[in-house]
Design a protein around this ligand. Structure first.
Ligand SMILES: Cc1c2[nH]c(c1CCC(=O)O)Cc1[nH]c(c(CCC(=O)O)c1C)Cc1[nH]c(c(CCC(=O)O)c1C)Cc1[nH]c(c(C)c1CCC(=O)O)C2
Length: 351
């Protein structure tokens, strides 16, 4: 029987107070994170177990979160297949775009295990550190759940095809209409390699995994079914066949009312909700005893004070008696004062 509060909540138990962790909890808002940024570029930080382990643990030491999310990125998968990738300060990720069959042919999935081996080593070290009975910085050992993750195929395809961040991801969405065979080939490759990578993360120590579909909300309902729900269903089936006990959380960001079909058709146990979702409305769309995760506005966390206290309290009231994992609706903003995060955790954990 598991005693980790996050795993109990993902198993459908109405744990109170709810377990808490934050998307992008390891990040620039922490001075100790900024201090390590100078040492190596982003991909090197992801690929060096000493550094990635340390960065993952920084927020655990400070706040004793219920979840520790691996320090890595959703774009490590295309990078591991040989797509060129750079993280440019202020501009985000820049990739050599995939636009043709020949571009796609150059990707080599056979390289993934070797190129992602350091990530798996990081997970092994993290699991040992988190489960050390001696605990971490005064927080008890064996209490924090190690979370692995991947980008969902559509969101990863957005960056691979457009070649970086975008508001519309027009190249990607046009490819889905104009050359559907090419797009489907890319999506099939991503669906299979993502399932394998999540399994490798679980085998290295991840106790739960999350599938980030940050841009799913760009798609109309028919395409949402085809490029968001269907790949997630295939990934969940593939991971579940190999690792039946490991919970999978989906995050179809900005999915609107389609989150109901996403939750019931993919086979996931938990769903990440973005800031715009009304928790009572979401509950009506989701299967009974389904675990929700979210959805505090990152700006309320940045604001702090009364605004933060009120926002935390209204989520606590909405989810009381139901399985819920407290989180933000999107990542921690770099300008966020760390004391606000401490105040959030304290407010969530009040009885
Ligand atoms: C779309 C997406 C990406 N990456 C991710 C998503 C899905 C979630 C979301 O919608 O935000 C997911 C992600 N990225 C990162 C994590 C690690 C774990 C965590 O702390 O949450 C996770 C889970 C680290 C990161 N990923 C990135 C950083 C910043 C790099 C740095 O510090 O130099 C970190 C800590 C870079 C990144 N990576 C990506 C972008 C657009 C950027 C640039 C924006 C930015 O700088 O904030 C792609």
């Amino acid at each position: 029987m598991t005693t980790k509060r996050l795993l109990r909540a993902l198993g459908g138990e109405a744990v109170w107070p709810p377990p808490v962790w934050l998307m992008r909890q390891a990040g620039r808002y922490l001075p100790e994170f900024r201090a390590m940024r100078a040492q190596a570029d982003f991909i090197t930080r992801c690929m060096t177990p000493d550094i990635a382990t340390e960065l993952t643990l920084q927020p655990i030491r400070r706040f004793g979160m219920d979840g520790a999310i691996l320090f890595s990125d959703i774009l490590i998968l295309p990078w591991a297949m040989g797509q060129s990738l750079q993280f440019v300060d202020g501009a985000g990720p820049v990739l050599e775009p995939i636009r043709t069959e020949a571009d796609l042919d150059r990707l080599d999935r056979a390289r993934i295990p070797e190129r992602t081996a350091p990530v798996m080593e990081t997970l092994r070290r993290l699991r040992a550190a988190l489960d050390d009975p001696a605990g971490i910085a005064g927080f008890p050992g064996g209490a924090t759940t190690l979370i692995g993750f991947a980008g969902a195929p559509f969101t990863v395809a957005c960056y691979m095809v457009d070649g970086g961040g975008s508001r519309e991801f027009a190249h990607t969405r046009l490819m889905a209409y104009d050359t559907p065979l090419l797009f489907d080939r890319l999506m099939a490759l991503l669906t299979e390699t993502t399932a394998d990578m999540l399994c490798a993360q679980i085998e290295a120590g991840a106790e739960a995994v999350m599938l980030f579909d940050s841009w799913s909300g760009l798609l109309p309902p028919g395409q949402f079914a085809r490029h968001v729900i269907e790949p997630a269903r295939a990934i969940v089936a593939s991971v579940r066949a190999r690792h039946p006990g490991v919970p999978i959380v989906g995050f179809p960001r900005l999915g609107g009312v389609s989150i109901g079909r996403y939750a019931s058709l993919t086979g996931i146990q938990g769903i990440g909700l973005d800031t715009g979702v009304d928790l009572d409305v979401a509950r009506g769309l989701l299967p009974a005893s389904f675990t929700t995760q979210g959805n505090l506005d990152p700006l309320a966390l940045l604001a702090g004070g009364e605004a933060l206290a009120d926002a935390v309290q209204s989520i606590r009231t909405a989810v009381r008696g139901r399985p819920h994992v407290f989180n933000l609706g999107h990542g921690v903003l770099p300008q966020t004062p760390p004391e606000h995060v401490a105040a959030l955790v304290e407010a969530v954990r009040r009885d």
